[in-house]
Design a protein around this ligand. Structure first.
Ligand code: SF4
Length: 352
């Protein structure tokens, strides 16, 4: 291995010295019973290693093998699972034990595709059981492994799109022997060294070849796709100009979006908003003019489209309850959010 190439050998050497001792792991050089691998992997989907240890040991005392588990009433399984949450997984666990018993003679199949066909077993668990229990050439890629491998190559492709690329990287590193140890070594590296925050790169066996470590960007990986925007919301804003050059404003409630900021009065914002019925919510009686075009603004969670109405009222018109007049010349001093500045500009109100 050269310093610039990540290899399974380097990782396995590190694993041989630093492997975690876990109740479901076989001693070095021995293969783990598939039942124990499967059970621990399903349990670990719910919670941390620390929390699972006790459950695992108690569960094994009660259901020492797959046939015992299959023969138990589902209520007993649910009871032993109580506290781990996600009860559909306990039901699947029981169903899987029954299929293994009735269709596979009580033995987990030594084949990734057949494992995948069992109730409650997805790609990760099939890879983990296949590699750890049977030394099949399989990889088990979960969030920890995605983090390690995306950092190793400084992968710019964001998750979840990057999943298949990361799987290919894992397969390209897979050693011809010891695939189970390789899977567990990656798990251990992700859990103990290449942690989400402050990875201990100085202790990492892949430190020399790790590209993000070299570039000082490790913590920024894995890249993630921007969250999907929520549905478009619509509403209306009412801009009122009084004869003495004042504009009607109100203050938003102190909590929530744009809390405490100023705005021209407006309607609620909703997906089903009907702009034709908007003037029913206008703050005062006036001759309202609906302006052409809309004001668009994108908040973190949703885009907004506002229809703007404008009216002029005589000097001396009192402010309706909950609103106030502000001199147009002093609008610059108001805490007006960007979206409301856009609204006033759309209504040809300068001075902001
Ligand atoms: S060098 Fe650092 S960032 Fe790279 S794999 Fe190791 S711990 Fe993770």
């Amino acid at each position: 291995m050269t310093d610039t190439t990540a290899s399974a050998d380097t990782l396995l050497e590190w694993y041989d010295r630093h492997r975690r001792s876990l109740p479901w792991r076989a001693p070095p050089g021995k293969r783990t019973d598939p039942y124990r691998v499967w059970l621990s992997e399903i349990m670990l989907q719910q919670t941390t290693v620390q929390a699972v240890k006790g459950y695992f040991e108690r569960f094994l005392l009660r259901f020492p093998d797959v046939e015992t588990l299959a023969a138990a009433p589902v209520e007993a399984v649910m009871q032993a699972w109580a506290g781990l949450g996600y009860y559909s997984r306990a039901r699947n666990l029981h169903a899987c034990a029954q299929v293994v018993t009735s269709q596979h003679g009580g033995h987990f199949p030594a084949d990734e595709t057949a494992l995948l066909a069992l109730p409650g077993i997805g790609a990760y668990t099939a890879g983990a059981v296949g590699a750890i229990a049977f030394d099949l050439p399989a990889v088990a890629v979960d969030g920890n492994v995605e983090r390690v491998l995306s950092r190793l190559v400084a992968l710019e492709e964001p998750l979840p799109r990057a999943k298949s690329t990361i799987r290919k990287i894992a397969l390209s590193l897979l050693p011809p022997k010891r695939s189970g140890d390789f899977a567990q070594a990656l798990m251990d590296l992700g859990a103990t060294i290449c942690t989400p925050r402050k990875p201990a790169c100085a202790l990492c066996p892949w430190s020399p070849p790790c590209r993000s470590r070299r570039e000082g960007t490790a913590e920024t990986f894995p890249r993630k796709e921007a969250k999907k925007q929520g549905a478009l919301r619509r509403g209306a804003a009412f801009v009122v100009l009084r004869g003495d050059d004042h504009v009607l404003l109100r203050d938003r409630p102190p909590r929530g979006l744009l809390g405490g900021m100023a705005e021209p009065p407006g309607t609620e914002w909703s997906a089903g908003f009907d702009p034709d019925a908007a003037t029913a919510a206008a703050p005062l009686d006036a001759s309202w003019r609906r302006l052409g075009g809309n004001v668009r603004h994108v908040f973190t969670h949703f885009p907004l489209e506002l229809t703007v109405y404008r009216a002029e009222v005589p000097a001396g018109t009192p402010a309706p309850a909950g609103s106030r007049w502000q001199a147009r010349a002093l609008l610059g001093q108001e805490a007006l959010p960007t979206v409301m500045r856009k609204v006033l500009a759309h209504a040809d109100i300068e001075g902001i």
